[in-house]
Design a protein around this ligand. Structure first.
Ligand SMILES: C[S@@+](CC[C@H](N)C(=O)[O-])C[C@H]1O[C@@H](n2cnc3c(N)ncnc32)[C@H](O)[C@@H]1O
Length: 244
């Protein structure tokens, strides 16, 4: 969960309610109560999502990570990278599954999240994979790797957040640049969100322009049972996977 978001939303719902304690004309008072109510509803929504993801043993989160890895369908020979690795969860899963592979996790570890390189390294050490999991600070917009360097790439809910690009799709192109011919990819994000990624048909055509020969999609909403709140949250999500 983005750091401080919950506190910020709670504050946004309390402040308008507090202002109504002062003498105001009725219409302003109504507007303030509506604002307070809307921010409080948003607070409750984010709080619920927080409990589903951060608490509850990360059940849904784990399931989604595992599905991304299943869709990657990689045999574990060579180098793999998790772009926007966060706390390193997917990279560590890969390192545990494929002890002979070289696993990289990169992230810009910006202010919005409580993640860091140190946290990833600590998590890797706890899971006993410090030897084959390497973490490096880098932006998904400009990866410090050569063209065609990796045998596989994964990424989970990162591209929609990348800020230092003209188009969000520029970051996807950058990821595919470092993937070898015949290399596998599995990328999960809000790919059905047209404002962020454009029309889905155009997006898949772009993948082809970037050298992808095989592309498939998996919709978590269709395959995983979710209540309406989570369905709302995942309505634009898709895993795109295939081969370059
Ligand atoms: C929703 S979190 C997902 C983290 C991780 N992939 C996971 O599944 O747990 C989004 C991640 O994207 C990272 N991120 C945002 N902008 C980035 C950028 N320009 N380059 C690399 N990572 C970025 C954030 O730091 C955060 O770790």
């Amino acid at each position: 969960m983005p750091k401080n978001l919950l506190g910020f939303l709670l504050l946004l719902s309390i402040i308008p309610a507090l202002i109504t304690l002062f003498p105001l004309i009725l219409i302003i008072e109504i507007i303030l109560w509506v604002l307070a109510g809307l921010f409080f509803l948003l607070f409750l929504f984010i709080l619920y999502v927080y409990f589903v993801f951060a608490k509850n043993d990360n059940k849904l989160q784990n399931l989604l990570w595992d599905i991304v890895l299943e869709k990657l369908s990689w045999k574990g020979n060579g180098k793999v990278i998790d772009i926007g690795t966060g706390a390193g969860a997917i990279a560590i899963k890969l390192a545990k599954r494929f002890p002979n592979s070289e696993v990289w996790g990169v992230d810009n570890w910006g202010k919005g999240w409580n993640y860091s390189k140190n946290l990833c390294e600590k998590n890797a050490s706890i899971e006993g994979v410090s030897d084959n999991a390497i973490f490096q600070k880098a932006s998904a917009s400009n990866l410090p790797f050569k063209d065609n360097e990796f045998d596989a790439i994964v990424s989970n809910f990162v591209y929609h957040e990348v800020g230092d690009v003209k188009e969000k799709t520029d970051a996807i192109e950058e990821s595919l640049r470092i993937l070898k011919k015949d290399g596998k990819f599995a990328l999960q994000d809000l790919f059905l969100h047209e404002k962020k990624f454009g029309k889905f048909k155009n997006l898949t055509s772009k993948f082809k322009e970037w050298g992808v020969r095989e592309i498939n999609s998996f919709n978590p909403l269709v395959e995983i049972k979710m209540n309406w709140i989570l369905r709302l949250m995942f309505r634009n999500s898709l895993i795109l996977y295939g081969k370059k």
